[in-house]
Write a protein that binds this ligand. Structure first.
Ligand code: SF4
Length: 294
């Protein structure tokens, strides 16, 4: 049996759409590691990997170089690194893989705000073209409660700054993350963040407490009352009613969603709202919850 050429530092996460990409870990863990809903990297101490080790991982795929068209940089927030460290990695990827079409990574709005416009442009020129940004909510009160370390404004500014540098973004909102008490403002302000940034891709998933709801509540700053399924649908409806997007590809099809929605916003906005109204009337979504996960 052929051995996989590199050994990852587990756990390893990547967005579903990067399933066919080569994943290169350039940092381990997440430098923030505080969000109340996120257990992805709580077992890891954040660190930047040694450049020689990163280059060795890239070299290990040299014999497959013709076939590699997409690379995803892991773990949680590689853009916390300086351009002095990032640019040589991007250049090495471009030199090693002649058919490379896309380099992507997770990024936080704060990562983006800490870079100058020139630095972002430099990253884009060297091939970094898609950012996965977990916005989670556009509402500053919710963002504070979930310890995201962002506000409505930092999110809008960070996303627009990267857009100006020519980078696309794929953003994610968490349905139910503010519970019953903040549900309405979460829905409305999350729609407003998207309207103000017009991302290329957007998706939603349902809040999943991987270590149980009590654990989530303990990390949530404030009172949290979980939404019932119908209330999750109502929150989604209010979110979509407030959406004013032009050509964003929207997906709400993560395993955590019992109501699957897909389309282009704004074109398919009314059809999606009608689907939600049907789910509310029936009291159930259009698929059974099979499993949960990131
Ligand atoms: S959600 Fe993102 S920023 Fe927050 S702790 Fe998890 S990986 Fe880090």
């Amino acid at each position: 049996m052929l051995e996989f050429p590199i050994q990852y530092d587990e756990p390893l996460f990547r967005p579903p759409s990067e399933g066919r990409s080569l994943i290169i870990q350039i940092t381990l863990g997440c430098s923030w590691n505080k969000c109340s809903f996120c257990e992805m990297y709580t077992s890891k101490q954040f660190k930047a990997r040694n450049q020689d080790d990163v280059f060795k991982d890239i070299e290990a795929f040299k014999s497959h170089s013709e076939n590699i068209t997409k690379v995803f940089l892991a773990d949680g927030d590689p853009l916390v690194l300086s351009n002095k460290r990032l640019i040589p990695i991007l250049q090495k990827l471009n030199e090693t893989f002649p058919n490379l079409r896309r380099i992507s990574t997770y990024a936080s709005p704060s990562n983006l705000m800490r870079k100058t416009a020139e630095e972002l442009l430099d990253l884009r020129k060297n091939g970094l073209s898609l950012l996965y940004v977990g916005i989670e909510s556009g509402d500053s009160e919710v963002l504070e409660a979930i310890q995201k370390g962002e506000t409505y404004q930092t999110t809008v500014d960070g996303l627009n700054k990267s857009k100006k540098a020519g980078m696309d973004s794929s953003v994610m909102i968490i349905n139910g993350v503010g519970g019953k008490l903040l549900s309405k403002q979460h829905a409305i302000h999350s729609a407003r963040v998207l309207n103000a940034t017009q991302p290329k891709f957007a998706s939603t998933l349902v809040l999943t407490a991987h270590k149980g709801m009590e654990h989530y509540k303990n990390r949530y700053l404030g009172e949290f009352i979980e939404l019932e399924e119908i209330e999750l649908f109502e929150e989604m409806k209010l979110f979509l009613e407030n959406i004013e997007l032009e050509t964003t590809i929207f997906r709400s099809d993560h395993a955590s969603n019992s109501l699957v929605l897909k389309g282009v916003l704004g074109r398919d906005k009314n059809a999606m709202i009608a689907q939600i109204e049907e789910a509310i009337a029936l009291g159930r979504g259009n698929r059974l919850r099979s499993h949960q996960g990131y």
